[in-house]
Unconditional design. Structure first.
Length: 171
């Protein structure tokens, strides 16, 4: 389980992120998860925890803690962006609701491992070494604390702490 406690990041305003994207660094894919918003005074819903990423936001809508409960996906970075280019796709002004991007690594698919070709020459060996170094860096990032990144604008105050649970449907 990856987690982080970083209180130095500020969101651009007090809006809870309305758009959430999960980026799988291993398979280079993006997913749009099912999001459950749970506020401090509410009971936690009955959701399957095997595909769960929980994001705690403090009273200033700053990223407080990020945890993945999935054995198949671990979070390496989480950031809030209230000035995202996602708004450029729509006409008119956006309402200030932000984009949360969760980056992480997933377990390789079994069929991908079984289909790997053996190293047959020096070029294949060099490619294998480069791939190993990249994967090794990803593994190191899983075991280091999750970095939480927020936009550069300062935050205003908010009245309640909230928690987002994100049902990550990585198979």
């Amino acid at each position: 389980m990856s987690s982080s406690n970083n209180n130095s990041n500020h969101s651009a305003n007090n809006e809870i992120p309305q758009f959430v994207v999960i980026r799988d660094q291993v398979h280079s894919i993006y997913k749009h998860p099912i999001v459950h918003y749970v506020f401090e005074d509410e009971p936690f819903p009955e959701v399957p925890k095997d595909n769960l990423i929980m994001v705690d936001l403090d009273e200033h809508v700053q990223l407080d803690q990020v945890e993945s409960y999935s054995p198949h996906f671990q979070v390496t970075n989480c950031r809030l962006d209230h000035n995202s280019t996602v708004y450029d796709q729509f006409e008119g002004d956006h309402d200030g609701s932000g984009l949360m991007t969760i980056e992480g690594v997933s377990a390789p698919r079994a069929e991908a491992i079984e289909s790997l070709q053996p190293v047959r020459n020096l070029d294949n060996l060099k490619e294998t070494l480069v791939n190993f170094k990249l994967r090794n860096e990803m593994v190191k990032s899983v075991f280091s604390p999750v970095t939480t990144t927020a936009p550069t604008q300062s935050a205003a105050s908010s009245s309640s702490t909230n928690r987002q649970s994100i049902n990550n449907n990585h198979q």
